[in-house]
Design a protein around this ligand. Structure first.
Ligand SMILES: O=C(O)CCC(=O)C(=O)O
Length: 277
C-alpha cells in the first residue's frame, strides 16, 4: 500500500427528488464539480441519494447489484480517478431489500459495500414515526475498507448512534469514518452536530456525515448540515441546509499527533472490558 498522508474529501449535499434519473444526473454533476473545482480524491454522497427517504419508494427504486446506479458510480470513479463512497441506495437481493452503500476505488472496482445494520424504527410522539423494518432487512457486517490513504469505516445514518459499532471499526484500523445519512427536522437539530463531534472525539478519527439537502416538498425533510469533524472534534467543514458541496483536508499526520498526545485508544482498560465481533 502506498503511504499518502493527505487527501481531499468532498461531500455532495444534493437535493433528492422522486425521479431516479434526475437524482443520478445530479449526483454525477456534483461529483464532477467536487473533483474538478475542489480537487477531491474521495467523494461522498448521502443516504438514499437516488430515492426519496420513504418506505413507499424503497421497493420500487430497489436495484440488484450491479444495477444502473452502481454502474454509473463505478464508471465515474474510473473516469475521474477518485474514490466514491456512493451514499446508499435501496438494494434488492432475492425477496429482500437493504439500505446499502457501495464504495468504488479509482479504477472503478468495488472495494466494499455496507448494508445498514441498525434500522430506524422510531416513534417520537407528536413528531416523527418511521419504521424502516417495514420494507428493509438488516445488514450484519461492519464495513472497513482499505484505500491508498488509510482504512475507512462506512456505516449508514442510524448506525452512527451505536458507539460500539464506531469503536469496532476504529479497532479494525479505520482512521476516517464515513456516514451517508438523512437525519430529519426532529432528531437533526437535537443530535446531529453533537453526535458527529463526539464520535470524532471519542474515536480520534475524521468523522464525515453526508446528508441530502433539505427538501420542504418531501414527506421526510432531511436536516442537511453535512459535516466533517477532525480527530480533535473541530468541524473543518459544514454545509447549510441547501444543495452544496463541502470539502476538507484529511491529514493523517495530524490524526497521529492527536492519538499520541492524548492516547485514548491506548488507555482503554481491555483487561476489564472489550468489544467482540
Ligand atoms: O438517528 C436519527 O435520528 C435519524 C436516523 C435516520 O434517519 C436513518 O437512519 O435514516
Amino acid at each position: 500500500m502506498i503511504s499518502v498522508k493527505k487527501l481531499t474529501l468532498s461531500v455532495c449535499q444534493m437535493m433528492v427528488s422522486d425521479k431516479k434519473e434526475d437524482n443520478l444526473k445530479k449526483a454525477e454533476d456534483m461529483i464532477r464539480r467536487a473533483v474538478n473545482d475542489d480537487g477531491a480524491n474521495l467523494v461522498v454522497l448521502p443516504e438514499m441519494f437516488n430515492c426519496p427517504y420513504n418506505n413507499s419508494y424503497f421497493p420500487g427504486f430497489a436495484e440488484e447489484y450491479p444495477g444502473p446506479t452502481a454502474g454509473m458510480l463505478s464508471s465515474l470513479a474510473k473516469e475521474l480517478g477518485v474514490y466514491i463512497i456512493g451514499g446508499s441506495i435501496s438494494e434488492r437481493e432475492g425477496d429482500k431489500i437493504y439500505n446499502t452503500s457501495y464504495i468504488f476505488n479509482q479504477e472503478g472496482k468495488l472495494l466494499g459495500s455496507h448494508r445498514k445494520m441498525h434500522l430506524f424504527d422510531i416513534d417520537i410522539e407528536g413528531e416523527i414515526t418511521f419504521k424502516e423494518s417495514e420494507t428493509l432487512g438488516r445488514g450484519n457486517i461492519p464495513t472497513v475498507i482499505e484505500t491508498d490513504f488509510c482504512k475507512i469505516g462506512v456505516a449508514i445514518c442510524y448506525d452512527m448512534r451505536f458507539p460500539e459499532l464506531m469503536r469496532l471499526m476504529v479497532l479494525e484500523g479505520a482512521e476516517i469514518i464515513v456516514i451517508p445519512a438523512a437525519f430529519n427536522m426532529t432528531t437533526g437539530p437535537a443530535h446531529w452536530k453533537d453526535l458527529i463531534k463526539v464520535r470524532a472525539i471519542d474515536n480520534q478519527v475524521y468523522f464525515v456525515a453526508a446528508s441530502p439537502a433539505r427538501n420542504m416538498k418531501a414527506s421526510y425533510q432531511p436536516y442537511g448540515h453535512s459535516a466533517i469533524a477532525n480527530p480533535w472534534g473541530d468541524f473543518i467543514a459544514m454545509a447549510g441546509e441547501g444543495e452544496e458541496i463541502i470539502t476538507g483536508e484529511i491529514d493523517l499526520d495530524y490524526l497521529e499527533k492527536i492519538r499520541q498526545q492524548l492516547p485514548l485508544l491506548k488507555h482503554r482498560r481491555t483487561d476489564v472490558y472489550h468489544i467482540t465481533y
